[in-house]
Design a protein around this ligand. Structure first.
Ligand SMILES: Cc1cc2ncn([C@H]3O[C@H](COP(=O)(O)O)[C@@H](O)[C@H]3O)c2cc1C
Ligand SMILES: O=C(O)c1cccnc1
Length: 337
C-alpha cells in the first residue's frame, strides 16, 4: 500500500519532489542549439523541456505511455443529476474492454496502452448530501488503487475517468476546495437540461452545507464529496510525482481530483500538463486557478482521458523535434552564424 493512512497521504502531499534541474538545463541548452530560430517551435519547446525535467533526462521519450481510466459509481445519481442512468458506467467499462470507446481509438492513435480500473462499480458511493461519500477505508483503498495503477516502468501517463454523475462530484470538489458558489462550478456534464443543472446546483449546495464543519484536508474533501474514481485519480497523480512521471490531464472531472490536493499544496500541478480545455464551463476556471494553460481547445467534453490522449500526439511531436533535429554544429551551419 503506497498510502498507509490519511496521515501518510498528507505527508506525501506535503513533501513533493522537484524536477531534475540539470536535465532541464541540458534540454534548454539543446533547444538553443537545434537548427531553428530560438523559440520558433513555441510551446513544443516548452513541452520538451518540461518532460526532460520530470523524466530526468536531456532527451525525454514516450516509450511506455499509458492511459489509465478509473471508473466508479455515485450515490448522488438518485437526485437526477445526469442525463444518463448510472448503469452506463458498467456498460462503458465493458465497452473499454471490448475496444469500442473513444478512448480506445484515441489511445491507439497516440501509441499508448490502455488500462481500465473499475472501482467497485457495483457499489456506488453514499449520497454525499447526507453523509461522506466514502468511509476512510474506502477512500484510502481508492487512493491506493490509483497509486498502484502507476507502474515505475511508465514514462508518461494520460489520466481519464468514467462515472455517471461525476460532473456533480467534480463541482463539489472544486467548490469545497477552492471556494466559489455551486453554480459557478456546475455545468451540463453529459448534456443535462436547465432543470437538471438546477438540481445539480442544489445537490452541491446541500453537500457544501452538510460538510461545512468538517476538516478541510485533501483527504477529507476527497472522501466526503468525491468519488472512488476521483480519489484514484488523486492517488495516481501523487504517485506519478513520487516516481517522476509526467501526467497529461484531461477535462474538468480529471482536473477536479487535483483541486483538494492543490488547496493543501499548489506545487502538486507542477508535473502535470493541461491537455485541453473542456467545453464544461468549470474547466477553464479551474485551470486558471491552477495557473495551467491548456494546450488544445477542441470543444471536447467527453472525459475518459480523451482530450489528454489527443495531446499525447502533440507531446510526441515535441519530443520528436527535440530528439531528432540536428544541431547547428551537426548540420555544419555553425560557421555561418
Ligand atoms: C455513453 C457515455 C460515455 C462517456 N464517457 C465519458 N463520459 C463522461 O460523462 C460522465 C459525467 O457526466 P455526468 O455527470 O453528466 O454523468 C462521466 O462518466 C464522464 O467520464 C460518458 C458519458 C456517457 C453517457
Ligand atoms: O470535461 C470533462 O471531463 C467532462 C465533461 C463532460 C462530461 N464528462 C467529462
Amino acid at each position: 500500500m503506497t498510502f498507509a493512512s490519511p496521515v501518510a497521504f498528507a505527508s506525501a502531499l506535503a513533501d513533493l519532489k522537484a524536477p531534475d534541474c540539470a536535465a532541464r538545463s541540458a534540454a534548454l541548452s539543446r533547444q538553443r542549439r537545434l537548427t531553428k530560430p530560438a523559440g520558433s517551435l513555441g510551446r513544443l519547446e516548452d513541452i520538451a523541456v518540461f518532460f526532460a525535467g520530470w523524466q530526468g533526462r536531456e532527451q525525454p521519450r514516450i516509450q511506455q505511455g499509458r492511459t489509465i481510466v478509473f471508473a466508479g459509481n455515485h450515490g448522488i445519481t438518485v437526485h437526477g443529476v445526469s442525463a444518463f442512468p448510472a448503469s452506463v458506467t458498467a456498460g462503458m467499462v465493458a465497452n473499454f474492454r471490448a475496444g469500442g470507446a473513444a478512448i480506445n481509438a484515441l489511445s491507439g492513435a497516440a501509441g499508448l496502452d490502455l488500462a481500465v480500473v473499475p472501482l467497485e462499480i457495483e457499489r456506488p458511493t453514499a449520497d454525499f448530501t447526507q453523509s461522506p461519500a466514502m468511509t476512510e477505508d474506502e477512500c484510502l483503498a481508492a487512493l491506493n488503487a490509483g497509486a498502484a495503477a502507476v507502474g515505475s516502468d511508465l514514462d508518461t501517463i494520460v489520466l481519464g475517468e468514467m462515472g455517471i454523475g461525476n460532473s456533480t462530484a467534480a463541482a463539489a470538489l472544486c467548490a469545497r476546495s477552492l471556494g466559489g458558489d455551486a453554480a459557478s462550478w456546475v455545468g451540463p456534464g453529459t448534456g443535462i437540461d436547465s432543470a437538471g443543472i438546477d438540481r445539480k446546483v442544489a445537490v452541491v449546495d446541500r453537500a457544501l452545507a452538510h460538510h461545512d464543519g468538517a476538516p478541510r484536508s485533501a483527504f477529507e474533501t476527497l472522501r466526503r464529496v468525491g468519488g472512488r474514481e476521483t480519489a484514484a485519480l488523486a492517488g495516481a497523480i501523487l504517485r506519478a510525482r513520487q516516481l517522476g512521471i509526467p501526467v497529461l490531464l484531461d477535462g474538468f472531472i480529471c482536473c477536479s481530483a487535483i483541486a483538494p490536493l492543490f488547496a493543501d499544496n499548489p506545487a502538486i500541478v507542477d508535473h502535470c500538463l493541461a491537455g485541453h480545455c473542456s467545453a464544461e464551463p468549470g474547466h477553464e476556471r479551474l485551470l486558471g486557478q491552477f495557473g495551467l494553460d491548456p494546450l488544445l481547445r477542441l470543444d471536447m467534453r467527453l472525459g475518459e482521458g480523451s482530450g489528454a490522449a489527443v495531446v499525447a500526439g502533440v507531446v510526441r511531436a515535441a519530443l520528436a523535434t527535440h530528439n531528432e533535429m540536428a544541431t547547428f554544429n551537426e548540420a555544419g551551419i555553425a560557421d555561418a552564424l
